[in-house]
Ligand binder design. Sequence first.
Ligand SMILES: [Zn+2]
Length: 353
Amino acid sequence: MRTFFRYALLITFLPSLLYPCQKDGLLHIFVLNVGQGDATLILAPDNTTFLIDAGDNGLGASVVLPFLQGLGIMSLKYVIATHYDSDHIGGLDEVLNVIGSGIEKVYDKGDARNSKSSTLAYRRYVTATGNKRSKIPLGQLYHNDSFSITCIAVDGAILNSTTVPLDAEDENSASVVLLVSFKDFAYYTGGDLTGGGPSGSKKTRDVESRAAVAVGDVDAMKLNHHGSITSTNSTLLNVLRPEVVLISIGNGGKNQSGFHHPSQEVLARLFAFKGLQAIYQTNLGESLRNYSAEDYKLVRIANGHLKLETDGASYAINGETFPDDQHSIRSATSALTYAASQAIKYAPLIAKR
Ligand SMILES: [Zn+2]
C-alpha cells in the first residue's frame, strides 16, 4: 500500500517536475493568484519565458518566485511591466533580484512622468531592472514558428491606429496591451487599460475601443483592470468575441484594498454577451449573489492560479476543455469591417477621467 502511494505521488508530480525541461509543444499561460493585482507567466511552445507583472509588494517573493522555481524556471527571457501601479510592478524587483541574470529584455511604457515616479515600488523596479529596460515598441515582440507575442498598445499609442491622447496621470489608460497567438489560438491581456467607464465625472479615456480593432477575434482574454467599471466596454467584447474571460482579483468584501472588483456592471455585460462559455476568477472578489443560477453557471472561482494550455487549436483552463472557435474574424481588417457592420462607435477621445 505504501509503495502504491509513493508511486501515485510520483505520477502526480512528475509532469510538473518535467514541465520546463521537456518541451511539450504547448503554449502555457498562468494567471497567478496574487490577490488584488496581476502576474502572468507565459511559457511559449519553444519554452521561451515571458513574465508580465508580478503582483504587489511581497507577492513576487511569496507567490511568483516559488511558482517559477516549482516549474524549474531559473531565468526569464522577457519581462514586461504593463504600468507602474504597485499591484503590477510591486513584486517585480523581488523576482528580478533573484533570477534576473538571464533576462534578455525588460519592456515597459518608458520612464514614469507622473506621481508614480516617486513611489517605492517604481524606484525599486527601476533599480532592479537597470540597463535592461526599454520602452516596448508597437508590433511583434517575439515570434518562433507559429507562436508570436505582439504589442498592440502602450501609453495611448495603438498599432495601426491613431494615438489616444492621455494626461500624465492616466496611468491605467497607458497600460501595455499584448496579443499572444499560437496557430489558431489567440489571447488578449491589457493590464489596467480603460474603456471610458464609468459615466459622469469619473469617466476614463477609451483606449479599449481602438485597441480592440487592432486585436480582432480571440479565444480567451484577461479582463482589463480586474473587472473594474472603468473597463471592458461593449466594443472590446464585441470585437474580441472571447469564449472565455479570466479575471485576476483579490478576495473578500473589498478585495483587501477597498476596490469593488469585479464590477457588477461588467459582470452584467459578460452575462449578456452571447458566445461566452466561462468566466474564470482567481478569487471570488465581489461577484454578486443575486444573479440567476443560469448566469452563475458561467462563473468558475479557482481560489488559486488559472492555468491555460493549448496546442494552438483547442485549449484547457484548469482542466476544462474548450474547442477551437474557428476564428471567423481574425485579422485587423476583418475586425474593422465587423466594427463597421455592427455600427460600433468610438467613444469621444476627449472623455475625461
Ligand atoms: Zn491593477
